[in-house]
Design a protein around this ligand. Sequence first.
Ligand SMILES: [Zn+2]
Length: 465
Amino acid sequence: MTAKMSLTIWTAVVMLTLVVPAQAQADDQGWISLFDGSFNGWKAAEKENAGTFTIKDGVIIAHGPRCHLFYVGPVHYSDFRDFELKVDVMAEPNSNGGIYFHTQYQDRNWPDKGFEVQACNESYRRDPRKTGSLYRMQDVKESAVKDNEWFTMHVIVQGKHVVVNVNDKKVVDWTEPEKANPLSGMSGRMIDSGTFALQGHDPRSTVYYKNVRVKPLFPIVDYHVHLKGGLTLDEIIKFADERGIKVGVAENCGVGFPTTNDQALQPFLDKLAGKPVYKAMQAEGREWVTMFSAETIAKFDYVFTDSMTFTDHRGKRTRLWIPAEVEVGDKQAFMEMLVEKTVGILNNEPIDIYVNPTFLPAVVAAEYDALWTDVRMDRVIEAAVKNGVAIEINARYKLPSEKFLRKAKAAGAKFSFGTNNGGKNDLGDLAYSRLMAKRLGLTAADMFTPKPDGQKPVQRKGLPR
Ligand SMILES: [Zn+2]
């Protein structure tokens, strides 16, 4: 081979080595890297011991006084509940380390929250809990690996079930008991959600960590994002990439919005064509079913609507978020009308998701719990389930209530996350949605996914005319 050729190959090799993923894009098997070769997204505790962690050639080295290195980066809001985690680990002789999950950053000491998966081979005699141990919950008596050799720690957490594999050998299979085991001496440690931390145990230990990657088993999708307040599509895509989440971008379609017919929808569809986002139609008002063709509606990945716009019992078009248009009058009669309108929408309109669910106008919003009686909740939930319409867990309005969501889950409803952002600042703020999903123990199977072509509601049900 010529000198020039070998130089070209050498350059290519160097370039490949230097390329580190700048984004949290999942690979085709869903794995997302949490470590880009730098401390980006990581925070060391115990300021005076922060030097315990160094990075060399793509490897995190823990060697020094006690210190924990927490993942605090953007991927999945550094909040993981059900997940698979893989880390390549190597320990020198007489070394102790470990990996925490469901933890949270704390300034000093051993992490109070979460569980430790131990890295500790035979040569470290002061601790009988060997590599792969789910520390004090299910201990491993003999390390399956040796000092000075890389191995893969593979942790799988799903619900209350934890599996630890060391080099594909299952060493821990543990389910959290209903009541925390008092013998564990760590009764505060409960399956929850949280981030990861790498352990620097003591000055005599040297443990290496690399290829830190996670596969979230509860994929986060924000199905309700708007290009509002100057927010651009590129900004939305970047935001989603950094977090390893997906988004659906929605156009408001209906009376009072610029988009009132098939033709007016085309620029939006063109703009999103080929982009890594879902195309969503937010159907506005009840007239929307007469304004667009089924063919055009089916070009969207999904359609959602709320029951905030309708013609009220006096024949007046009302938008519930505009106080001047709302006339509640008798509260019970108003609620009966609202429930009836909502059930009508769920029964008749070809939609995928009911968004901003159970929204009440400001004048009665404080009475939400009293006005949304069990009977009223049940009627709406029953209609959603019967019609296969998912219920949004809306972050902006923090709706519906936890009580409503628990009932809906029990009735077999599907759910989606949505921010309904007003601009740039609240983009992807899914705090309420994520909190509710955790409290209800929602799994991927409880969540909405867009229907394939041919099975979309507008193709199944058609448009009411
Ligand atoms: Zn919206």
